[in-house]
Design a protein around this ligand. Structure first.
Ligand SMILES: [Zn+2]
Length: 203
């Protein structure tokens, strides 16, 4: 059986899949997003519950914001900031006494859609997540394209592809640049614009 967990900024959700890939158990918990140790503890509790649901050894996979540095194994670029700089894989593996697989959440999403979702059968699949930020994952011939820095498909801090004059330089972004995709199309940016000025347009 397989245990999968989506570690989000405000909540985490875990499922247990049987051999047929069907969900046989599901739990959701708020993410203690300011407290790294509490996040490890909550994940361990969920794995413990899943262990009790299963008669066999379960494998563990976790989708998380940010990525593990290929060099140091430490978390980078997570918008759940207490994870950054932490050896989450080591800490979970020593806590749970078994192998844990971790991957960027947008990559998990893109691979899932490319395998049996909206992109099934397509040669190239670009999966986009619009949330707090704007993430992405790229799958080619059924294989995730991780890239040299494990941020393949991430496009939140790329500039607009074809900006109009009035869109330059664009709003400031927390990364230090102006006009990143993230300051235009993330959920947070859209919410901000919607509350700051009335919608203009034909309707
Ligand atoms: Zn940026």
């Amino acid at each position: 059986m397989r245990f999968g967990l989506d570690l989000g900024g405000t909540k985490m959700e875990a499922v247990l899949l049987n051999e047929a890939g069907e969900i046989v158990w599901r739990q959701r918990r708020p993410t203690p997003s300011e407290n790294y140790e509490a996040i490890i503890e909550t994940i361990a509790e969920l794995v413990g519950e899943a262990d009790r649901e299963s008669t066999q050894e379960i494998s563990i996979g976790i989708g998380m914001p940010g990525s593990l540095s290929p060099k140091t194994g430490l978390v980078r670029n997570s918008n759940t900031q207490c994870l950054n700089g932490r050896p989450i894989q080591q800490d979970l593996e020593s806590k749970l006494a078994r192998q844990v697989r971790l991957a960027n959440d947008a990559n998990c999403f893109a691979l899932s859609e490319a395998t049996d979702g909206a992109g099934a059968g397509a040669q190239s699949v670009f999966g986009v997540i619009i949330g707090t930020g704007c993430g992405g994952g790229l799958v080619f011939n059924g294989e995730l394209q991780n890239g040299a820095n494990s941020i393949g498909g991430e496009w939140g801090h790329n500039p607009l592809a074809a900006p109009r004059a009035e869109e330059l330089p664009g709003p400031p972004c927390y990364c230090g640049r102006h006009g990143c995709n993230e300051v235009w199309i993330s959920g947070s940016a859209q919410a901000l614009r919607a509350t700051m000025r009335p919608l203009r347009g034909k309707n």
